[in-house]
Ligand binder design. Structure first.
Ligand code: HDE
Length: 709
């Protein structure tokens, strides 16, 4: 039995890290199935504190009850400080592989060049502003931090889902974080940047303009962690065996494309299911659709550092792909959930300073400060020996003379704990034999508090981003800024931000100012350069082959639906790897057309209309049958369809349900494609119907998410 459990825990891919963690995993259903206290003594009673009693009446507790004292004291100390930013998150294990050795022209790092290796990874996604218990679908940047357990030591890419950052120098980080976090006098708001202090700060920091555009775009409300890009953001370096240096940016590109929620939907899901993204990640892994990302690099040889109009060390700038193309070198799959949240997801500790030979830092002023901050923050969050925690320890040997400190776990046998020592214990390793050596570089200049001259231009790329969005993406961004500034009640704040917007786009500034009561500009503050870059729009990442893998589809029924059709559609959706739920008037038996309403043969509805609303699903399918008339009379069912339609969900209907669907969403200008047999139907329609369930699988085709979705 224990072996079977262990096999199940191993998951599809056994990695070196999995084997390493196993020694710390206690199987709660193992053969030793009894309760002990923390030092192993079996406990006879865990429900009654030792007390004085005559058997009928009770007297005071006795402090001498060491079992009760231990239980309560351990509980009292369960909480550790949450992360100062990125407190809310979820994580998963997986693996990373490169396709071949094509990156060896840039780096000697085996993790990036040896295709025979499977490198274990642990990835944690997060929001930034909210506390540990805040909602998943708030508008925010998402953290995307990956720990690679390589054979040469741990390498961490501590990135975000947005390729740029709010500030250029890390010393500004405390001010920025104070401004975005809940305000000091009332601790409001939670999980939101829609407040005076955030907009005040970014209004006074024009270097934030580019990042603000990204966060206010649909990127700020992703549909899923599995459908976001990841970016290392900072400029790192790679060094090859010939001793050449390259500047590099790291990218993750999701296999399923980049998708977002509608703002109205995201707001509702915050209340309906605050754990939506966490559950989505684990649901996909459970259903055999592990998320996958391509790993790509952008590389600039050292000699070309100064060729660009922006400074390549400035983290408020992207390297446009037209200038520096993406090179795909590998992929990451996340295929295993943590066994226990706290020791894995909460205790995982990432540091930008964790690099392995062949990978290094640049003089990016944001990165330099981050390299100090992450290590430091782990000391207060987890304690001195945080590297020894199971989730953080490397899979390769750790051998050194660092000793002691709170909660030291390891016991290093031997008589010497210093270097040099007479026994040659743990000697440093020359670079030629794998030791990490810093790339030698010549540095000269004055010691001064400055920023590079190219760092002073802040609007060209903000404009490039806005210009590159599709019309609906632009509209969403305008709506988002208008929402946020409307939550600021200090006119100084929303008036001054309108001025910043006018540096980016005249119409953007005018529309937002009109919406929020700001100062409506008469003329653009600067000309629009008119440039665009296709990869800045999410549409660019639509999967080439439309797919419904891992998408949540609701089948909406009342008593009297067509059973053969529902069965066929469910089978078709399952074979296309979608996750399908029957939503009925009640959780329990729902009866098909022709069946006795009581005692007849029905199917189980997974949820009722109110229990899982349309916001929980990517698509909606309404089968034929006389139930359509019942649905039409049920306000909840009507709302279900209208809401799904309003959120641009793919909707399919068959037979009698077509009339129901037409009646409830019939609005001027709404296009409904009545005969779903055209291949490009999804490029122009989100709603498809067919008179009868026919040749093609109408539902699966209707619900495919592809280009244009
Ligand atoms: Fe972080 N950041 N950060 N950050 N950051 C932290 O480290 C910091 C920045 C990012 O899932 C903290 O362990 C400074 C950029 C992620 O555990 C802290 C600066 C990017 C996570 C910290 C930045 C990030 C953090 C808090 C300079 C994208 C969560 C807890 C301005 C590239 C990692 C912790 C996880 C967490 C400092 C800016 C991403 C305090 C000083 C830029 C994904 O050390």
């Amino acid at each position: 039995m224990a072996a079977m459990i262990k096999d199940a825990l191993m998951g599809p891919t056994t990695t070196a890290k999995r084997k390493d963690l196993e020694r710390d995993i206690v199987e709660s259903s193992s053969s030793a199935n009894y309760l002990t206290n923390d030092h192993g003594v079996k406990v006879a009673n865990t429900d009654d504190w030792l007390k004085i009693s005559d058997g009928t009446n009770i007297g005071p507790h006795l402090l001498e009850d060491q079992f009760a004292r231990e239980k309560i004291m351990r509980f009292d100390h369960e909480r550790i400080p949450e992360r100062v930013v990125h407190a809310r998150g979820a994580g998963a294990h997986g693996y990373f592989k490169v396709y071949d050795d094509r990156a060896s022209k840039y780096t000697s790092a085996a993790v990036l060049t040896d295709p025979s290796r499977t490198t274990p990874v642990f990835t944690r996604f997060s929001t930034v502003q909210g506390s540990r218990g805040s909602a998943d679908t708030v508008r925010d940047v998402r953290g995307f931090a990956v720990k690679f357990y390589t054979q040469e030591g741990n390498w961490d890419i501590v990135g975000n889902d947005i390729p740029v950052f709010f500030i250029q120098d890390s010393v500004k980080f405390p001010d920025f974080v104070h401004a975005v976090k809940p305000e000091p006098h009332n601790e409001v708001p939670q999980g939101q940047s829609a407040h005076n202090n955030f907009w005040d700060y970014v209004g006074l920091q024009p270097e934030s303009a580019h990042m603000v555009m990204w966060v206010m775009s649909d990127r700020g409300i992703p549909r899923s962690y599995r459908m976001m890009q990841g970016f290392g953001v900072n400029t790192y370096t790679l060094t090859n065996k010939k001793g050449e240096l390259f500047f590099v940016k790291f990218h993750w590109v999701p296999e399923l494309g980049v998708h977002s929620m509608m703002w109205d939907e995201a707001l509702k899901v915050c209340g309906q299911d605050p754990d939506f993204h966490r559950k989505d990640l684990y649901e996909a892994i459970d259903n055999g659709a592990p998320p996958k990302w391509k790993f790509c690099i952008q590389v600039i040889p050292q000699a070309r550092e100064h060729e660009f109009e922006f400074d390549i060390l400035d983290a408020t700038k992207i390297w446009p792909e037209e200038l520096v193309p993406l090179e795909e070198i590998g992929e990451m799959v996340l295929d295993r959930k943590p066994e226990e949240f706290f020791p894995e997801v909460e205790q995982v500790a990432f540091c930008t300073s964790h690099v392995v030979p062949g990978i290094g830092f640049s003089d990016d002023p944001l990165l330099q400060g981050r390299n100090f901050s992450y290590f430091d923050t782990q000391l207060s969050r987890l304690g001195t020996n945080w590297q020894e925690l199971p989730i953080n320890r490397p899979v390769c040997p750790v051998l050194n003379h660092q000793r002691d400190g709170h909660m030291r776990h390891r016991i290093t046998a031997g008589t010497v704990n210093y270097w040099p020592n007479r026994k040659e214990v743990f000697p440093p390793v020359p670079e030629s034999q794998g030791g990490y050596d810093t790339f030698p570089s010549k540095v000269s200049g004055m010691k001064q508090r400055v920023r590079g001259s190219k760092f002073k231009e802040h609007f060209n790329q903000a404009q490039l981003f806005f210009n590159s969005l599709a019309p609906h993406e632009k509209q969403h961004l305008i709506n988002a800024i208008s929402f946020e500034l409307d939550h600021c009640d200090d006119p100084v704040v929303y008036e001054s931000y309108t001025k910043v917007l006018n540096q980016i786009d005249f119409n953007l500034a005018k529309t937002v100012a009109t919406n929020v009561g700001g100062v409506i500009p008469d003329t653009p503050a600067r000309p629009n350069h008119g440039k665009k870059s296709a990869p800045l729009s999410q549409l660019y990442y639509a999967p080439k082959e439309p797919t419904i893998v891992s998408r949540r589809i609701a089948i909406l029924v009342a008593d009297g639906f067509s059973l053969p059709e529902v069965e066929a559609v469910r089978a078709a959706l399952a074979s296309a790897k979608a996750v399908c739920f029957v939503i009925g008037p009640r959780r329990g038996e729902v009866y098909p057309q022709g069946a006795e309403r009581v005692g007849g043969k029905g199917i189980q509805a997974d949820h009722h209309y109110e229990g899982q609303r349309s916001t929980m699903f990517d698509g909606l399918y309404i089968p034929s049958g006389e139930h359509a008339a019942t649905l039409a009379k049920n306000g909840r069912a009507v709302h279900y369809v209208r809401e799904a339609f309003g959120h641009c969900k793919a909707i399919g209907a068959v037979g009698e349900a077509v009339t129901f669907l037409r009646d409830v969403v019939q609005l001027p200008g709404v296009k409904i494609q009545d005969d779903l047999l055209s291949d490009d139907v999804m490029t122009s329609y989100g709603v498809v119907t067919t008179g009868s369930y026919g040749l093609k699988s109408a539902a699966t085709d209707a619900l495919k998410i592809g280009p244009g979705s």
